[in-house]
Design a protein around this ligand. Structure first.
Ligand code: ADE
Length: 320
């Protein structure tokens, strides 16, 4: 049950201080106030919830908060907590002031979730031992802790759980300028020379998402090292992104397949999520979490009450 973020192979690139974290300015300002007010009162900070598409920095923010407030952080993921014993073990092993980060918190089993209610509210666990007339409840006192939850799907969080967070923040896509800054910062950490036009090209095709930007940067760096002299030029960038089949809008083969399937199999839509998932061989969750937010952000697809529809812009992008 250790670190769980399946995408976290870029730990050296993750900012650990407020000053090195680029973007999400409003959220950072808000968090700094919450955290310094708690510190002034000598209290532990309220429970916090971050939501938004994957790769925008929810886990990074949680680690950064732990670092900046000099607290220990324990990281787990919702789907890993299978039995009530799992969550009891996690909670009872915390030390006062620790941060508990639960990624994909919407995927915690609802029976287990109920343990979190009293744990978050009163730092208590109400355990029921045994069944029927012999059943006994015991109250277990927990050390005060701060829970930081992350989810891609706020809509799947039950309202009692949502209500127990002191503040809820929506992480939004970054601007192209912010992604450019992130690419420059990452290149400098990786000790790779990169030109301004190359920075711009990578940023443009990064889905306004730092994780994607860092991944593309690393792939282009591989190219520059194998096919060139290690310097990331504009030409190398264009060649490698073409090779990786990432188009000018940052769409991957999978994104384009979703659009072309809606056009070719469903006359442009509307099409329901289930039908689209089976026609494209993608998981419904991947469509909801990964593909759709960016395709909607670009205005290539729309969600209507009857399902997903492609826009004129999508036809134009695929030259149809
Ligand atoms: N790497 C990933 N996300 C980042 C961010 N928001 N700022 C700086 N570097 C990052």
């Amino acid at each position: 049950m250790e670190n769980v973020n399946p995408y976290s192979d870029d730990s050296e690139l993750r900012p650990t201080t407020w000053n090195s974290y680029i973007g999400q300015e409003k959220i950072k300002d808000n968090l700094k106030i919450i955290l310094s007010a708690a510190q002034k009162r000598n209290e532990i900070p309220d429970h916090l919830l971050f939501y938004g598409p994957p790769g925008l920095g929810k886990t990074t923010l949680a680690s950064l908060i732990a670092n900046e407030t000099e607290r220990k952080i324990k990281m787990i993921a919702g789907p890993i907590i299978e039995k009530s014993g799992d969550i009891v073990a996690v909670l009872t092993n915390l030390n006062p002031g620790d941060i508990l980060f639960i990624d994909e918190i919407h995927r915690i089993n609802h029976m287990i979730e109920e343990y979190l209610y009293s744990a978050m509210e009163d730092f208590k666990l109400n355990l029921i031992l045994g069944k029927g007339p012999m059943a006994k409840t015991i109250d277990l006192k927990l050390p005060p802790f701060t829970l930081i939850g992350a989810t891609t799907r706020l809509d799947l969080l039950t309202s009692p759980l949502r209500a127990r967070f002191g503040a809820i923040f929506q992480l939004d896509f970054y601007t192209e300028k912010e992604i450019e800054e992130i690419v420059k910062r990452s290149a400098s950490i990786l000790k790779t020379k990169i030109g301004d036009k190359a920075v711009h090209e990578i940023a443009k095709r990064s889905r306004f998402t730092p994780r994607t930007a860092n991944k593309l940067l690393k792939r282009v760096r591989d190219f520059a090292e194998v096919k060139g002299d290690g310097i990331i030029t504009h030409q190398i960038t264009q060649k490698s992104l073409t090779f990786l089949e990432i188009d000018e809008l940052g769409l991957s083969k999978e994104d384009r397949k979703i659009i072309s399937t809606i056009i070719n199999n469903f006359k442009g839509g509307p099409v329901g999520l289930q039908a689209l998932a089976s026609a494209t061989n993608e998981e419904e969750r991947a469509i909801l979490d990964i593909y759709e937010p960016y395709l909607m952000q670009l205005g290539l697809i729309e969600r209507t009450p009857k399902g997903r529809k492609v826009t004129k812009k999508a036809y134009a992008h695929l030259n149809l």
